[in-house]
Design a protein around this ligand. Structure first.
Ligand SMILES: [Zn+2]
Length: 289
């Protein structure tokens, strides 16, 4: 390696030479430009080169001063050997690599089969399957509707359903031959329909003295039913009638003090052989009076 002269005296000589060459214009800018040249020389000297040279920055075409004349040398570029310290290829590479790696990771993650989720150790009890709607049972073939049984014919009936009684059975009354009321009076207006109280046969139908127009029925149980003071008669002796069948209409005929139905139940078809008509009908389920 060639010997290098001491830097101190060499630099001093270089500075003196520079100042002499630029003495005609000792401006600050010229001094700065000279300092830049000196710095280059110092670098060259420090690198061990023995051929350090100075370049007049004012010389057009100089590689050390490319700025045009008149421009501030401070804005000129100073070419310095060596790579620019401002390029960051490594950092750029690093960033690009990071992006590439991230992309690879995404790709790999997408490509890697995802691990099967671990089966639960204790699988939850399966929800009970909803009960399937029961199949509608086939509707059984509708049995032929039986002919509606005819409503059973009433076996007993009130002589005037719903009519109130106005004079009870058995009340003592000197006006009656028996000394008491042998029947029950129903307070009904003339013309009210009178019904057979049971299945019976018409014993008599017509005028009977104090009873006026009268109908006597022989009931199925051998008892007799008498209807007195009637206004009209619609049956005749010997006719069979059913319970509830109309036999005539109420009136005020005979020995009567007013429109009403005098009704008796007799055990024998003769005067005074009577029983309580209300008790008799009530015992047979008739209560609508
Ligand atoms: Zn009476």
């Amino acid at each position: 390696m060639p010997s290098v002269p001491p830097l101190g005296p060499a630099l001093c000589r270089l500075a003196d030479s520079f100042l002499r060459q630029t003495g005609r214009n000792h401006s600050t800018t010229a001094a700065a430009a000279g300092a830049a040249v000196l710095t280059g020389a110092l670098l060259l000297a420090a690198s061990g080169s023995a051929s350090a040279q100075t370049v007049d920055p004012t010389t057009p075409g100089s590689s050390a001063f490319t700025a045009p004349h008149g421009a501030s040398p401070a804005s000129g570029l100073v070419q310095v050997a060596g790579p620019s310290p401002y390029t960051l290829p490594s950092e750029q590479d690093s960033a690009q690599e990071y992006v590439a790696v991230a992309a690879n990771l995404r790709t790999e993650q997408a490509a890697e089969p995802q691990p099967e989720p671990a089966a639960p150790e204790a699988p939850a009890a399966p929800a009970p399957a909803p009960e399937p709607a029961p199949e509608p049972a086939p509707a059984p073939a509708p049995a032929p509707a039986p002919a509606p049984a005819p409503a059973p014919a009433p076996q007993w009936s009130a002589p005037v359903p719903g009519a109130p009684t106005s004079n009870p059975y058995g009340v003592r009354n000197v006006h009656y031959a028996a000394g008491y009321h042998t029947g029950v009076d129903f307070a009904v207006s003339p013309g009210t329909r009178l019904l057979a109280v049971g299945n019976a046969t018409v014993v008599s139908a017509g005028w009977d003295g104090a009873y006026g127009k009268e109908v006597v029925l022989r009931l199925s149980d051998g008892r007799y039913a008498q209807y007195a003071h009637m206004s009209s008669i619609s049956v005749s002796a010997g006719q069979r009638v059913a319970a509830g069948q109309q036999i005539g209409r109420s009136g005020n005929t005979g020995n009567s003090t007013g429109p009403h139905l005098h009704f008796e139940i007799r055990s024998a078809n003769q005067y005074g052989k009577v029983i309580n008509p209300i008790a008799y009908l009530s015992a047979r389920g008739v209560t609508d009076f």
